[in-house]
Design a protein around this ligand. Structure first.
Ligand code: IMP
Length: 421
């Protein structure tokens, strides 16, 4: 039995889809444990490109995708993903936790309304209703997957919640009327469609572990978007770190084998909030264009910067990362010089940790190590020694600074463009 976990060490979009696809070869279950359809994972197999927001990427490999209790589910999106995959010839095998919270129409309306009111202090959310849904979960006003298949229970819960939400909408000056009957009908329809997938996934998962099956836990977003360890308040509303899986899937940490931290060879972020190594020059544009850095979920351009090892070290420490997967190394091709941030200068003092106070993060100036760039990585490279010497030095420098071994390096979107170390 092997339980592996894959998490993002930066601000999401590290290329998790491909890495999860790679590590899910031997897995029985591939498990999402947090987030919702704010995530977007791209998997390229041959000529076919799959973009998944909620279904675990491992289903492309024919694995069973398990959506844990820590995930917030928009049933409309989930059903459309099931349909899309089915049309492409993949009948997705999935299980949905009966305890997972459901994104309701008012969550989506409120996500937009709150962002509008915040003005230039907005978070830059994906407006998918993620934050409002998690807020209701913690406030114990949530609708869970199990409620979708129990008319009486769902009806009673909506009777309690809808008047409150209607009042909140009025405070936000939103005229929209929440129609309980229509919402009830629509969500019961979703429930009827999804019924065959809804299960006590924590029990399924622990039974699978007991019987020696392999499990891959698939994180969404990245550590710097974690609600506690990220750049709060410019974060998402869930726990994107390794510990998030313990709660969000119901698996004990005693079972963990490898914790794989994905590190994109440079840094990106979508939405608002500080990004210490952000580039506003031609190099930033170069990374954005060459790396196709536009959001999978919202199509927003991603802000780009040099690799930040203060961030990566912070993430590896919090999650106890045991292996690194470096992605998009090829995007750095063609640069004369590449830089890696190793410390910050905060108010004239050199620091090696990520500050907790957002105002301090905003003041941090990166301290860089400069390295020589390389011309072009041969896409057919299959060994470390096939890489240009400067690219090897870049990777060796990361390993030395982070003190975690690199296990795979991705040099292109295709499955084969991967070097195992
Ligand atoms: P929310 O998760 O929609 O509430 O958005 C909160 C912040 O997290 C915003 O800055 C989003 O752009 C960011 N975010 C959410 N999901 C992702 C993701 O999958 N990749 C990158 N950023 C994300």
């Amino acid at each position: 039995m092997v339980v592996n976990l894959v998490i993002g060490t930066q601000w999401g979009d590290e290329g998790k889809g491909k890495v999860v696809d790679y590590f899910s070869k031997d897995a029985y279950y591939v498990v999402r444990f947090q987030g919702g359809n704010n995530a977007g994972h791209t998997i390229k197999v041959g000529k076919e490109v799959y973009i998944l927001h909620i279904i675990p990427s491992g289903v492309i490999q024919g694995k069973i995708g398990l959506i844990g209790n820590g995930v917030v589910i928009d049933p409309e999106i989930l059903i459309s993903e099931i349909d899309q995959l089915t049309k492409k010839g993949i009948k997705p095998k999935i299980l949905i936790s009966d305890r997972a919270n459901i994104i309701m129409p008012y969550h989506k309306i409120l996500d937009g309304a709150e962002e509008n009111l915040l003005g230039n202090r907005k978070i830059g959310t994906t407006k998918r209703g993620i934050g409002p849904c998690y807020s209701d979960k913690i406030a114990r006003k949530g609708i869970r997957a199990i409620d979708l298949i129990d008319k009486a229970s769902l009806s009673e819960k909506l009777d309690n919640i809808i008047p409150i939400k209607q009042k909140i909408l009025e405070i936000y000056n939103i005229k929209e009327k929440l129609n309980k009957k229509k919402i009830l009908e629509k969500y019961l329809y979703y429930g009827a469609f999804l019924k065959k997938y809804i299960a006590s996934t924590h029990i399924e998962l622990n039974n699978a572990i007991k019987s020696g099956k392999n499990i891959l836990l698939e994180g969404a977003q990245g550590t710097m978007l974690d609600v506690d360890y990220g750049t709060y308040p410019y974060t998402t509303s869930s726990h994107t770190i390794a510990g998030g899986s313990v709660i969000g899937a119901g698996v004990s940490p005693k079972h963990f084998n490898e914790i794989i931290g994905i590190v994109k060879a440079y840094t990106t972020r979508v939405g608002e909030g500080p990004l210490p190594t952000e580039l506003f020059d031609k190099n930033g544009k170069y990374l954005q264009e060459k790396g196709h850095e536009f959001g999978t979920t919202t199509s927003r351009p991603r802000r780009c910067g040099w690799l930040d090892l203060v961030v990566v070290n912070h993430s590896c420490m919090i999650s106890g990362v045991t292996k690194l997967a470096i992605t998009k190394l090829d995007v750095l091709d063609g640069l004369d010089e590449v830089k890696i941030c190793i410390n910050y200068n905060l108010n004239g003092k050199k620091i090696d940790y990520f500050p907790s106070k957002i105002e301090d993060v905003e003041k941090c100036k990166p301290i860089y190590k400069k390295l020589k760039g390389w011309k072009k990585i041969d896409k057919k490279s299959s060994r470390f020694s096939d890489l240009p010497k400067e690219a090897q030095d870049y990777l060796k420098f990361i390993e030395k600074e982070v003190r975690v071994p690199i296990s795979i390096v991705s040099i292109g979107p295709g499955r084969k463009e991967t070097i195992e170390l």
